[in-house]
Design a protein around this ligand. Structure first.
Ligand code: ARG
Length: 294
């Protein structure tokens, strides 16, 4: 009896390779904001309903779990004090976009959040960052994601495309504009998760929800990231993609069960946290985390 020669199904090849890649965690540096004044006082995205009561102490406890998770993973976390009357400040991802010593400030779309821009810039200045005042409307890492050398930039609901050009000039990097079309996924970080933030060559370095994008942006993503993880509508709708990876450990919404399995298959270590209270403001894990990259 002869042993059949194993054949590789070409369609499954990228996933197979990705599974066998060994993943490595690298220590990160984050900025967070304890949600001491968290509430939903206005509605600037479909998740928010001021008529639904919020529980600030529960929000703080859930946030603390996320903070502790990062610390246990060996990441450094710095804090900015929440300003009373700025309930969305907990979503620090929107406070700027930082590469090296340069912090590009945020200029918020909605008047309710506009005072956050200067508050974050002041914090960056105090910490010794070179702060670049933005000329155009942009909501920081909510819409700018660094994937290897390239920056993916979102538009459609918040950040203006002019800010994409501003960022390209400032950091001297390729910036790929992507247009969001579903108001539930109003920031790029609700529709794309960067899994291998430091490398650009991996088979699966991002995960995304195709229906959140217009046709042209979907084609761009297919071309640039053929090995990406495509998540289900269900995982997308619990903001499963709004996650933070250190290259191995991926902190995700605990309700995103399908995504959790997909990550495991690719050799990542998913860690679920429950931020149900902060979801009432339309934010998840990534929204509460701004990366301060060396
Ligand atoms: N309530 C906030 C807003 O609508 C939520 C921000 C979520 N942040 C994020 N990075 N997606 O602006």
């Amino acid at each position: 009896m002869s042993t059949p020669t194993p054949t590789l199904d070409p369609a499954s090849a990228p996933a197979e390779q990705a599974t066998q890649r060994s993943r490595t965690a690298t220590p990160r540096h984050y900025l967070m904001c304890r949600p001491e004044h968290f509430t939903v006082a206005y509605r600037i995205n479909p998740w928010m309903d001021p008529a639904v009561p919020t529980d600030t102490s529960l929000a703080v406890r859930q946030w603390q779990t996320l903070y502790d998770t990062y610390r246990e993973l060996g990441h450094e976390v710095q804090l900015i004090d929440q300003v009373e009357g700025l309930p969305d400040m907990v979503y620090t991802a929107n406070g700027g976009f930082v590469i090296g010593n340069v912090a590009y400030g945020a200029k918020f779309t909605h008047p309710q959040r506009q005072p956050e821009g200067p508050a974050f810039m002041e914090w960056f200045r105090e910490q010794g960052f070179e702060v670049v005042e933005p000329k155009n409307v942009n909501e920081g890492e909510g819409d700018f994601l660094l994937v290897g050398e390239r920056i993916l930039a979102g538009t459609g609901f918040r950040s203006a495309t002019d800010s994409h050009r501003e960022v390209a000039d400032l950091f001297g990097r390729e910036v790929v504009s992507l247009t969001l079309v579903n108001p539930n996924f109003y920031h790029l970080d609700t529709a794309i998760s960067v899994l291998d933030p430091l490398t650009d060559d991996a088979g699966a370095n991002i995960a995304y929800l195709p229906s959140a994008f217009d046709d042209a942006s979907r084609r761009t993503l297919e071309r640039l990231y053929p090995g990406a993880i495509i998540v289900s509508e269900q995982d997308g709708s619990v903001l499963g993609l709004n996650s933070i990876s250190d290259g191995l450990n991926v902190v995700i919404a605990s309700r995103a069960k399908g995504f959790e399995g997909q990550l495991r298959e690719r050799g990542y270590n998913p860690i679920g946290v429950d931020l149900s209270e902060l979801l009432l403001g339309g934010g998840g894990v990534k929204c509460c985390t701004l990366e301060l990259r060396a």
